[in-house]
Design a protein around this ligand. Structure first.
Ligand SMILES: [Zn+2]
Length: 281
């Protein structure tokens, strides 16, 4: 199947999608950029700094005023296109906060866009107006500490917090499993009719899907705790036993998720760490 790169897909009145050409084991066919509004626009997740993707966005904007360029978070597949798009359109960058991660040392993470700067950072429930309709920030830390979803007219642009094709990668130190679970629970208290994720198809049954994701994480946590209770184990040992048929490209990510669960369990006093080994009573 040939993915529809650079082809504008009008999903409903006021919501159109463009797929960037950055497919990978983590991005599925690529990052999906959303154009929100009609007479005026917000651009959600401009994606990577790929000239042909930015050209496609500019063609889709077609001269209409861009009120804001909005990033859900600052992974490299989401935000690097923001600055060049701001230069092309004159629009401000409005949305998630920059992340101050060290470039070396334990908090270093090559997947982050360290150059991201926002003209205005939105806190939880802050909003801006597009075509007289508010687009509202929903703080959803977990995948990253600075992750926001954006709610507009019953739709939720869910970034990488909830995706249509895969479970979300939660990798410490910035990724936090307890925060991620709380952010999923937060979405359960909302009544959005559809999610538009940055990767994969739209989620048309948000309540059911979010409940399924929460159940999946609780199941995984139980499985990890069970493994550690049988004998002390390190993270690769747990990954080898907990993930059958894992795509080898995802071993590191799976290890990150396991570590995120272990750190959460440790905070709750259920496991302990001795060097590389994790133990439980
Ligand atoms: Zn991400």
């Amino acid at each position: 199947m040939e993915a529809p790169y650079a082809i504008l897909d009008q999903l409903e009145p006021g919501v159109a999608r463009l797929l960037a050409h950055n497919p990978s084991a983590f991005t599925y066919f690529g990052t999906q950029t959303y154009l929100v509004g009609g007479n005026e626009l917000a651009i959600v997740d401009p994606g990577p700094d790929l000239p042909e993707h930015l050209d496609a966005i500019e063609r889709a904007i077609s001269g209409r005023p861009v009120v804001a360029i909005m990033c859900t978070h600052t992974h490299r597949d989401h935000s690097p296109g923001a600055r060049p798009l701001a230069e092309r359109t004159g629009a401000p960058i409005v949305g998630c906060a920059p992340l101050a991660l060290e470039t070396v040392g334990p908090r270093a993470d090559a997947s982050f866009d360290g150059d991201y700067r926002a003209d205005r950072v939105l806190a939880d429930e802050d909003s801006i107006e597009i075509d007289g309709e508010p687009i509202v920030a929903v703080a959803t830390p977990g995948h990253t500490s600075n992750h926001l979803c954006f709610a507009w007219d019953g739709a939720l642009f869910s970034g990488d917090h909830v995706m249509g094709w895969s479970t979300t990668v939660v990798v410490p130190p910035d990724g936090d499993m307890a925060a991620y679970m709380q952010s999923l629970t937060k979405l359960r208290q909302r009544d959005d009719r559809i999610y538009y994720p940055a990767h994969g198809p739209a989620v048309t049954n948000p309540q059911q899907y979010t409940r399924h994701l929460l159940g999946h994480r609780m199941q995984r946590e139980k499985q990890i705790l069970g493994l550690v209770r049988t004998r002390p184990r390190d993270v690769p040992d747990i990954v080898a036993n907990a993930y059958s048929g894992l795509d080898p490209r995802l071993t590191t990510a799976a290890g990150g998720s396991v570590l995120a669960h272990l750190l959460d369990l440790e905070r709750r006093g259920l496991v302990e760490q001795q060097q590389d080994l994790w133990t439980a009573d």
